[in-house]
Design a protein around this ligand. Sequence first.
Ligand code: CP
Ligand code: NVA
Length: 308
Amino acid sequence: MRHFLCLNDLGADGIITQLDRADQFKKTRGTTGAGRPLAGKSVALIFEKASTRTRLSLEVAVAELGGHPVVLTSAGSQLGRGEPISDTAKVLTRMVHAVTVRTFGQERVAELAQHCSIPVLNALTDLYHPMQLLADLQTVRAVKGTLKGLKYAWIGDGNNKANSWIEAAGLLGLDLTVACPAGFDPDAATLREAIARGGRIQIVRDPKIAAQSAHVISTDVWASMGQEAEQAARAATFKGMGVTQALLDLATKDVVVLHCLPAHRGEEIDADVIDGPRSFVWDQAEARLHTSKAVLTWAMGLDGSNAG
Ligand code: CP
Ligand code: NVA
């Protein structure tokens, strides 16, 4: 069974293969060459947290691939009233052909995968956001023509996005500097594993060190979903960690600025940066659609290879 709970489930070659396939989906979108590989198939899209891009991209991806998307939210389903994940998994297996889930703990996605006999894809947990990372990498590759030989910076919270960047750096052997305040480091186990795999990753406190000579600068909100009560305290702690034009001036002149959105202008990123010429955030958002098509068809064994 092909689950996609974290980037490691794809591996280094798998990531590149899915990026190539995503480029193909981008090229053929709206043409007869696009095909309808999900014809006759339904995909459940479970959201236990809010979403704009992930829901849009997955729902549109499934529809454009010829399948039927079924959205379930906590508020409108029995999951939100405490129905066990294992029971939900068994019902999903009888009804649909794959399931994507956005939730809190990574263990909830793992439990769903354990009890489902259909592919399960992680559409964001507190620990990882692997689908977003595929979109980020597709965007970098489209602009730079390569993922190799670049200096990557993560500036801000050591959150789910940071952890997925670290996973990507480990698998692909990238040079990544993470700048975050003490006490807001990324996941220690993910970092250890990524370094052991060959990622050249360092954690620093000064965003200027990360930005220096960077080819790619990424950031994200300071308080993620589920941390809303900490928003004010985090804003105070993270002061000075925002991506500003002054930081960009330290980077390479054609630096690529990424933010998976939603963004808070004036906090983790300034308006003149996110709305400026080095920002590729709209391409990055669109890439969610192409990469979702790639990874969905891969997980469902509809990519022309054997799903096993
Ligand atoms: N980037 C991203 O996952 O956005 P949403 O929360 O809107 O889905
Ligand atoms: N780190 C953010 C990403 C949102 C797409 C969150 O988890 O809320």
